[in-house]
Design a protein around this ligand. Structure first.
Ligand SMILES: Cc1cc2nc3c(=O)[nH]c(=O)nc-3n(C[C@H](O)[C@H](O)[C@H](O)COP(=O)(O)O)c2cc1C
Length: 176
């Protein structure tokens, strides 16, 4: 796929087939994390253990139901599961620092675009982060690192969960 086609085709996938992505696909996706623009440390953790994924999903749903506003509303949608049945969750962790969020977002976006190029579905997720923070010891991440972002990865399935409406804002200006 051409790069611009990949960028325009990418969208958040909120239903996944019960089939793991191939090792080659996974290696290609995680292999580009360190090609992103970067100004600091981060760690990429791959979770494919179905029992652990279910535990993260269920605890995240419970957390969302106990919160208020958008998170709770989403969790109340019939059939809603925060990990959407994805067979792979990538967690990006980093130490606290001025550019932490930027480094993690750059790495995540680069991996997401690589996955899109392979026709592999993704969804950038922060909803499991509070639970992943509780499970920090199970993630085997370096001392001082904390989970910042998640990426769900898998083959797209038919989806009954509505995606939030995306309007293209008028947010580009030119200085003459
Ligand atoms: C920082 C960030 C956090 C997000 N967290 C979630 C999430 O927890 N769950 C989810 O379903 N989507 C999440 N998304 C995906 C956005 O909802 C999605 O990117 C946005 O609605 C635009 O839709 P699109 O990605 O299909 O273009 C997140 C996106 C970003 C950038």
């Amino acid at each position: 796929m051409e790069t611009l086609e990949v960028i325009n085709k990418r969208k958040s996938i909120r239903a996944y087939k019960n089939k793991q992505i191939s090792e080659d696909e996974l290696n290609t996706i995680i292999g580009v994390a360190n090609k992103a623009p970067n100004a600091g440390l981060f760690q990429v953790t791959v979770i494919q253990n179905s029992e652990f994924l279910k535990e993260i999903n269920d605890k995240t749903k419970e957390f969302m139901l106990n919160s208020e506003g958008f998170m709770r509303e989403r969790a109340l949608i019939p059939g809603y599961e925060p990990l959407y049945g994805a067979p792979t969750l990538i967690v990006i962790s980093a130490p606290d620092g001025p550019f932490t969020q930027i480094n993690v977002s750059a790495a995540a976006t680069t991996m997401i675009l690589a996955a899109t190029d392979l026709n592999v579905g993704t969804c950038y997720v922060v909803s499991p982060i509070p639970i992943l923070t509780q499970f920090k010891d199970k993630l085997n991440i370096p001392e001082g690192f904390v989970p910042i972002s998640g990426i769900l990865i898998g083959y797209e399935d038919e989806c009954s969960i509505p995606s939030p409406e995306r309007e293209i804002p008028d947010n580009i200006n030119f200085i003459g």
